[in-house]
Design a protein around this ligand. Structure first.
Ligand code: ACO
Length: 259
């Protein structure tokens, strides 16, 4: 996996194209490490996959290799606490992508299957090439999607469509993904880089702190009542107003949110 920072944009590139960027526990540890060490000035995180496909999901060797080699058999042999801890660690590779101080963009060409689909779902935004294909294959393999993908999937397409997509393990192609809200934009494959560049540049035009506060509000909205959300808006705006126009109060540091 490659990690590059250019200005306020960080790019993570899965770079095992010969195995269609199949993922392992090492992939998820590497992702989590990047999240923990992300330079503070980064505002946009782009995730992409080298080669014909974004990611073919879990490395199928995990189904077959002997215990002790990062296989499912070795995870299944753990006691329950240790097993759950292992999955928790894997999920850490995905969860940081929703942090309010960044906007994450998945750039998807070709297949995004299973863990690949979930990685795309764990990002805030998705830009697709016109050959992109999503598939939640886990139920077909006897597994559940556990890499944090079920919540964003339901939020984006609703429960009924999520049930239909997951429990048939069918392929959702780019145009349908766009219609369902699984993609912000679909572009011809050769225009993918340009489209991502345009989106990243547009995201950098807004005020950093206001953008983070707005993302906090938007991410929290579904779990709050209208009254609670209104209160959260007031609290965030009080901080913004004091920061922008606060003068004495801000300087005194007594800018609690009572507006
Ligand atoms: N794990 C390990 N190796 C893989 C995987 C994978 N998930 N997917 C592809 N590869 C390897 C192939 O074995 C092949 O290796 P080889 O050249 O050494 O034989 C190479 O990548 C290229 O694969 P092709 O099938 O030739 O590539 P193509 O572009 O034609 O097809 C596709 C891509 C559709 C992704 C196909 O490879 C595929 O169906 N892979 C399996 C997908 C899958 O079931 N993933 C698990 C999902 S469940 C989950 O993630 C929890």
């Amino acid at each position: 996996m490659r990690f590059e920072v250019g200005g306020e944009i960080a790019t993570i590139t899965m770079d095992r194209p010969e195995k269609r960027n199949a993922q392992t526990f090492a992939t998820w540890s590497a992702l989590a490490r990047i999240g923990r060490n992300l330079p503070g000035h980064v505002r946009v995180v782009v995730i992409r996959g080298e080669g014909p496909s974004f990611s073919a999901g879990i490395d199928l060797r995990m189904f077959t290799t002997a215990p002790g080699q990062g296989s499912f058999a070795s995870v299944a042999a753990l006691d329950t606490d240790a097993l759950l801890e292992r999955v928790t660690e894997a999920q850490q590779g995905f969860l940081w992508l929703r942090r309010p101080d960044i906007v994450s963009i998945a750039v998807v060409q070709g297949h995004a299957i299973g863990a690949g689909f979930q990685l795309a779902l764990s990002c805030d935004l998705r830009i697709l090439a016109d050959d992109a294909k999503f598939c939640m294959k886990e139920p077909a393999l006897g597994l559940v999607p556990d890499l944090t993908g079920t919540k964003p999937l339901v939020e984006l397409v609703g429960v009924a469509k999520a049930v239909e997509i997951c429990l048939t393990a069918r392929t959702v192609e780019a145009e349908e993904a766009l219609r369902l809200g699984l993609a912000e934009r679909v572009v011809p494959r050769e225009r993918l880089d340009e489209a991502v560049g345009e989106l990243a540049a547009a995201l950098l035009t807004t005020d950093r702190d206001a953008a983070a506060a707005t993302k906090r509000l938007l991410l929290g909205a579904a779990a709050r009542t209208l009254e609670e959300q209104s209160a959260a808006e007031r609290a965030e705006q009080a901080v913004r107003l004091r920061t922008l126009f606060g003068g004495e109060r801000a300087a005194r540091g007594d800018g609690s949110a009572e507006s």
